[in-house]
Ligand binder design. Structure first.
Ligand code: 13P
Length: 253
């Protein structure tokens, strides 16, 4: 049985006090969602420590939104995987389309970041997805295949066993346009095939999350699909009730 995950990517939102209040609300409502769901919250770096405290004992995991490609040293403004692990992070989002698009992250950078993450016991949530032009040109399968081959194929079997993938079509992020459940299933199945081509049957165990305007109203239909194992949630993760409702509607009470 694959893990069912509902992860919140808070992006550059919330001040520390607001983040702690949001985390507390999520902790308070977790009992209304099936125990089968693994919740993860990914706040900004600045309040990881305080949010870690608020999550203590709740079973909700903490993740970061990025980490440095280097181990340590003279890299002004960067945050290392070791620092994140020391604060209690279990996960780190890598390769989000906003990082690729606005900060020029390439497959080479992401390979290095992934190695750093694993070296410090963090589980990467590796994001892939095509933009609108690529979708319209029918290149979406090729794009995600390349994003996986260039970064994930370098992992050892042991590393791969822990990896989480998030498929996030760029055209659906923050736009209110969601991929249909059939579109999501089609590409999630393709991703699993690409993973299986390298890692064999282990790919059956990989959690592949959908992200992009996922809401309480569409979670049930999306998560009902065979190869959709949960969601990576942006906007709707900033409201505790919506975030919890995505888990509840998607996977039950
Ligand atoms: P939205 O849910 O706001 O579309 O964002 C999705 C996302 O980018 C999560 O990483």
């Amino acid at each position: 049985m694959r893990k069912r995950i509902v992860a919140g990517n808070w992006k550059m939102n919330t001040l520390p006090g607001e983040g702690v209040a949001l985390a507390r609300e999520i902790v308070g409502g977790k009992g209304t969602v099936c125990d089968c769901v693994s919740f993860i919250v990914c706040p900004p770096f600045t309040h990881l420590s305080e949010v870690a405290h608020a999550l203590k004992g709740s079973g909700i995991a903490l993740g970061a939104q990025n980490c440095a490609a280097e181990e340590q040293g003279a890299y002004t403004g960067e945050v290392s995987a070791a620092m994140l692990a020391a604060l209690g992070c279990e996960y780190v989002i890598l390769g989000h389309s906003e990082r690729r698009q606005y900060y020029g992250e390439t497959s080479a950078t992401l390979r290095a970041k992934m190695e750093r993450a694993y070296a410090h016991g963090l589980t990467p949530i590796y994001c892939v997805g095509e933009n609108l032009a690529e979708r319209e040109a029918g290149k979406h399968f090729d794009v995600v295949k390349r994003q996986i081959e260039e970064v994930v194929y370098g992992l050892t079997d042991e590393q791969f066993a822990k990896l989480v993938i998030a498929y996030e079509p760029v055209w659906a992020i923050g736009t209110g346009k969601t991929a249909t459940a059939d579109q999501a299933q089609e590409i999630h199945a393709c991703i699993r095939k690409v993973l299986a081509a390298k890692f064999g049957a282990a790919a059956d165990g990989t959690a592949i999350l959908y992200g992009g305007s996922c809401k309480p109203g569409n979670a049930a239909e999306l998560f009902a699909k065979e190869d959709v194992d949960g969601g990576l949630i942006g906007g709707a993760a900033l409201k505790a009730e919506d975030f919890l409702a995505i888990g509840r509607n998607g996977f039950g009470k």
